[in-house]
Structure formats: structure tokens, C-alpha cells
Design a protein around this ligand. Structure first.
Ligand SMILES: Cc1cc2nc3c(=O)[nH]c(=O)nc-3n(C[C@H](O)[C@H](O)[C@H](O)COP(=O)(O)OP(=O)(O)OC[C@H]3O[C@@H](n4cnc5c(N)ncnc54)[C@H](O)[C@@H]3O)c2cc1C
Length: 327
């Protein structure tokens, strides 16, 4: 059996910390199979990121440092990752189940003729010499056990379900690599990337998330109620799909089956009913607080703490009380 290749994600010129969950996954595959893992990173001017990645126990860190990779473009990245996996003879290619991984990894799988397991949350064990992965299906209502039968297996890893790998004292070898992704036959050109500027923590990384729903009536009310609460807890702001679809807030705030998956220490759901598609994105949160004026709202069934009341009255009071308690 070959090794595992972890694809590192670079965001805004920095290593995205979710990569370390994919490294943790690779370490666990190694424990089950005895295989070693390598890391591939592509970007522009990424010497310090490669250096950072060399302290997590990889056999090698392959670095494709080229101005062409300054911005993520699927065809080139996929070609280079596949070339790296072929050169190393990797049996597994793993990355994060983020927008980057969701876009990149299926293309890598096609290039390698590999089967893919998406959003893996656990390695359950082995069956007939193959790894068995756990992954949610049907908005998390079914937990599937998946065995992939191809020679090479591509996996996207849910960062919320694997701890981040710990930095080690020993340094891995860092090797420059050219995978041909800079010269693919597909014409690729970066035009622009419109990023929402926010002082708040990243939604998928935040220790505290406060999320608002359709019950907040409209956009101005959504932010009037949610921002002071988020400020009081240094939280990221999330939203239900109904709030996004109604135009209260941008869709990068959406939590759920078709939004982001979060598992913070604390999740506060404000005026959110608790539809299964919403729960699919937040039910692994450590502590869930629900605020809803309807005491029968399904969100209370999974909440650790519930507050029945009108959000327009109780949330500002709660935010004030938290601010007072913290000052
Ligand atoms: C294929 C598919 C994918 C989907 N993906 C997602 C997804 O990713 N994320 C997601 O969230 N949804 C998703 N949905 C939609 C989901 O089914 C629900 O429609 C949605 O989550 C409901 O959002 P909500 O709870 O904000 O709105 P509602 O269900 O309308 O609930 C509003 C809640 O606010 C409460 N409320 C009203 N006024 C107040 C007040 N003044 N104070 C306190 N409480 C108040 C009400 O009691 C109610 O419980 C998906 C649906 C489908 C079919």
C-alpha cells in the first residue's frame, strides 16, 4: 500500500488551520495501516507555510511555489495534486471539506480514477483490508459506513470532527515540486475574488457562533439584534437558510446542510425553528442555546439551554447582561 497525501489549504497567504485536521486524519490512517503521509502545498511565495507544515510528522512536504498559484484555480491545482499523488504512489489523498476541498478534491479523484468519500467524520476500522469511513448522509439523519474499492481513495475531511494535529519537534524534508498544474491545457485566469470583510472570527473556526433566523423579520433587525450579542461573546454570526433566502444577510453566513458545518463550544440559535437541514450544520456544537418565542419549536429538543421569549426583547437584555458580567 502507498502512503497518504494531505493537500494543504492556503487562505490569504496563510496556512488554513483546518489543514491540520486533515493531517490528523492522515495520522489516524497511518495508525490503522502503517502507512506514512506526505503533504502537498501550492501557492505563491509560500516558503514560510512549507516550513510551518514541516513540523507535523510528514515524510515529505512537497511545495509548488509559483506565481501562477497565487490564487486558487481548480484545473491547475487539481493537475498538480494528481501529479504529486502519482509520483509518490499515494493510496489516499485527503483534504479539508471546505469550499476549497469540495471544489478541488472531486477533480483530483477524476484525474486519479479514484473513488471518493466526502465529509468523512471518523475512521471506523477496516473491512477486508480496506478502511471504513463514517460520513453523514441525508442531512445527517443517516450515518453511512463507506468503503471505497478503488486503488486510490480521495477523502474530504470534516474539520469539526478531527482534532488539529499537534506540532512536533522534528522537521520533515521540504521538497520543491513541479506538477504541471501551471501549464494545463485548460485556459485559466484569475479575475477577482470578492471577500466579505469582517472583523469577526471565521464562522467555521469560531469558538462561539450566534445565529439568527427568519423570526428576526428583516435585514436591519437581523443585524440590530445579532451584532450586539456577537460583540458581547466575541462570536461569529451565522444564519438559517430562511434568513439568507429572505435577504436578511449574505449567504456565506448560512449554517446547515447546504451551508457551513460548525461545531463551536457555544452555539446560540435566535429565532430559528430547528429544521433538520439547519441542525445538520450545527448539532455537533458543544453547548447549544436556543431562543425562540414558541416553546414547541423543535430547536429546543437539541438545546442544552432554552429561553422562551421574544428575541427583540430578550436578546438585547442578554447581550447587556453578558457585557456587564464580562467587564
Ligand atoms: C434541500 C434543502 C436544504 C436546506 N438547507 C438548509 C441549510 O443549510 N440551513 C438552514 O438553516 N436551512 C436549510 N433548509 C431550510 C430548512 O428546511 C428551513 O426552512 C429553515 O432552516 C428555516 O429557517 P428558520 O428556522 O430561520 O425559519 P422558520 O422555520 O420560519 O422559523 C422561524 C422561527 O422563529 C421563531 N420566531 C419568530 N419570531 C420570533 C421572535 N420575535 N422571537 C423569537 N423567536 C421568534 C418562530 O417561532 C420560528 O421557530 C434547507 C431546505 C431544503 C429543502
Amino acid at each position: 500500500m502507498g502512503g497518504i497525501l494531505v493537500v494543504a489549504e492556503v487562505r490569504d497567504g496563510k496556512l488554513f488551520s483546518g489543514t491540520l485536521s486533515a493531517v490528523q486524519f492522515a495520522q489516524q490512517v497511518g495508525q490503522q495501516t502503517g502507512a506514512a503521509f506526505d503533504i502537498f502545498v501550492a501557492g505563491s511565495n509560500i516558503g514560510s507555510i512549507a516550513e510551518e507544515l514541516s513540523y507535523y510528522g510528514a515524510k515529505k512536504v512537497l511545495v509548488e511555489d509559483n506565481p501562477v498559484f497565487a490564487h486558487y484555480l481548480a484545473p491547475g491545482f487539481a493537475a498538480s495534486v494528481a501529479a504529486a499523488a502519482k509520483q509518490l504512489g499515494s493510496s489516499y489523498v485527503a483534504g479539508t471539506a471546505t469550499t476549497f476541498g469540495k471544489d478541488l478534491l472531486p477533480r483530483v479523484a477524476v484525474r486519479l480514477g479514484a473513488g471518493m468519500a466526502s465529509e468523512v467524520t471518523e475512521i471506523v476500522g477496516t473491512r477486508n483490508g480496506r478502511l471504513v469511513f463514517k460520513r453523514p448522509m441525508w442531512a445527517g439523519n443517516i450515518v453511512g459506513h463507506v468503503v471505497v474499492n478503488t486503488d486510490v481513495v480521495v477523502v474530504s475531511v470534516r474539520g469539526t470532527d478531527f482534532d488539529k494535529a499537534v506540532k512536533l519537534a522534528n522537521r520533515s524534508e521540504v521538497v520543491p515540486f513541479t506538477g504541471g498544474g501551471a501549464n494545463t491545457r485548460v485556459q485559466q485566469r484569475f479575475i477577482s475574488f470578492e471577500q466579505t470583510a469582517s472583523e469577526r472570527p471565521d464562522l467555521t473556526e469560531a469558538a462561539v457562533v450566534v445565529a439568527g433566523g427568519r423570526g428576526l423579520k428583516d435585514g436591519p433587525n437581523f443585524f440590530k439584534i445579532m451584532e450586539p450579542l456577537a460583540d458581547s461573546l466575541n462570536a461569529a454570526i451565522g444564519a438559517s437558510r430562511a434568513a439568507v433566502d429572505a435577504g436578511f444577510c449574505p449567504n456565506d453566513l448560512q449554517v446547515g446542510q447546504t451551508g457551513k458545518v460548525v461545531a463551536p463550544q457555544l452555539y446560540v440559535a435566535v429565532a430559528i425553528s430547528g429544521a433538520i437541514q439547519h441542525l445538520a450544520g450545527m448539532k455537533n456544537s458543544k453547548t447549544i442555546v436556543a431562543i425562540n418565542k414558541d416553546k414547541e419549536a423543535p430547536i429546543f429538543q437539541i438545546a442544552d439551554y432554552g429561553l422562551v421569549g421574544d428575541a427583540f426583547k430578550v436578546v438585547p437584555e442578554l447581550a447587556d447582561a453578558i457585557k456587564r458580567a464580562r467587564s
